[in-house]
Design a protein around this ligand. Structure first.
Ligand code: SF4
Ligand code: SF4
Length: 358
């Protein structure tokens, strides 16, 4: 039997633990939404980078290196404490490849101890039964893997072929929720790949989302009719994912600009390995202030700051956070003069939670 058709049922004990963790996380997510609607003073989602190094080198990625050391546990915990004190609801650990961090389990434990919802974005290559069980024990609640193609190529090794065995292990042992993200758009050789990946995700009991790549000039470009059909089908498959409610995704599929209020620097924070606060992975350098010096006044200012990059934004997780505040508080401040972003706009429009590690 081909690897991609193998389905192994989890034990009754794992299924029960999974259902209980899912229900607890959903309750916590609903509380998170309630708290976000009542007050605009705390971050809703933070992406934290404890490890910039990655074991892969996807050619489209601008978020990794092959040399940097892990941020020491003590320092990561200090950052988590600062975020918890701000009232942060969700932390997603990203990279680089976070599973290369030697103390990742302890990092996740600390997030849970401080009452925050714990998520992880990984390329999945280091997952095995023992590692999955350690993540279960640490209290992980969400895990996302982006899969770029069915068969590995020169652009990306994150393929269904290389990862399917790990996905089967996740379906067998993970008690946390798993989302599989696939991609569509220019540069994707075969759009049917996204559909195959999404169907495989659902077959294994995971949620599925899809990312859209725009053209090489970073311009929004509508998908062709067949790709749009695939897009809609994958979106329908992603039943349990909140992302399907986001109108942004449908605008991007049709190549339209999206008008919304980006609350990065306030409701969403990106904390790099150096402990600096940035608007997001694609606007590193703004505001570039150490987390320990990032005051409530600064967050408040960013809340009201209009982001020049919003109409063609590539970062869907910030769009999803924005839904909670789009209906209120128009933005009328200009960004403070700062050094230019360290990295250019990525060519990817990220839907669900993106192709890479953002
Ligand atoms: S790229 Fe998107 S998420 Fe990042 S600052 Fe601009 S509008 Fe916000
Ligand atoms: S996309 Fe992810 S797996 Fe690929 S190089 Fe970047 S960080 Fe590594």
């Amino acid at each position: 039997m081909a690897e991609e058709t193998r389905v192994v049922r989890a034990s009754a004990k794992t299924r029960l633990r999974r259902e209980l963790r899912f229900l607890r996380t959903r309750v916590r997510e609903l509380k998170m939404i309630g708290k976000a609607l009542v007050s605009t003073k705390h971050p809703i989602l933070v992406h934290l980078i404890p490890m910039r190094q990655c074991n892969l080198a996807c050619t489209y990625c601008n978020e990794f290196d092959d040399f940097s050391k892990p941020v020491p546990l003590e320092e990561v915990e200090k950052r988590l404490d600062a975020l918890a004190d701000m009232g942060t609801s969700i932390i997603t650990i990203s990279g680089g490849e976070p599973l290369m961090h030697p103390d990742l389990d302890e990092v996740i434990r600390h997030m849970r101890r401080r009452g925050m919802i714990a998520g992880l974005i990984t390329n999945g290559f280091y997952l095995n039964k023992e590692r999955i069980e350690r993540l279960n024990e640490a209290g992980l609640e969400h895990l996302q893997i982006s899969i770029d193609n069915v068969v590995p190529d020169e652009v990306s090794k994150k393929s269904l072929k290389t990862l399917d065995g790990r996905l089967v292990m996740l379906s067998q042992y993970a008690v946390f929720q798993v989302n599989i993200n696939s991609v569509l758009g220019s540069g994707v050789k075969d759009p049917e790949d996204a559909l195959k990946i999404a169907h495989r995700a659902v077959e294994l009991g995971f949620t599925s989302t899809v990312g859209i790549i725009h053209d090489n000039n970073g311009q929004l470009k509508p998908l062709g009719p067949h790709e749009q059909e695939i897009f809609e089908e994958v979106m329908t498959l992603g039943k349990r994912s909140f992302s399907r409610f986001n109108e942004f995704q449908h605008n991007v599929a049709r190549g339209r600009e999206h008008h919304w209020r980006c609350r990065s620097g306030s409701r969403y924070l990106y904390i790099c390995e150096d402990g600096l606060v940035h608007w997001c992975s694609q606007q590193r350098g703004y505001p570039g202030i150490p987390l320990s010096q990032y005051t409530p006044e600064m967050r408040h200012r960013e809340y009201s700051t209009k982001k020049f990059c919003a109409p063609r934004c590539t970062v869907s997780c910030v769009q999803q956070v924005g839904i909670l505040d789009n209906w209120r508080d128009p933005q009328n401040l200009k960004p403070m003069p700062m050094k230019p972003p360290a990295t250019p706009q990525a060519e990817l429009v990220q839907i669900g939670q993106g192709r890479g590690h953002s």
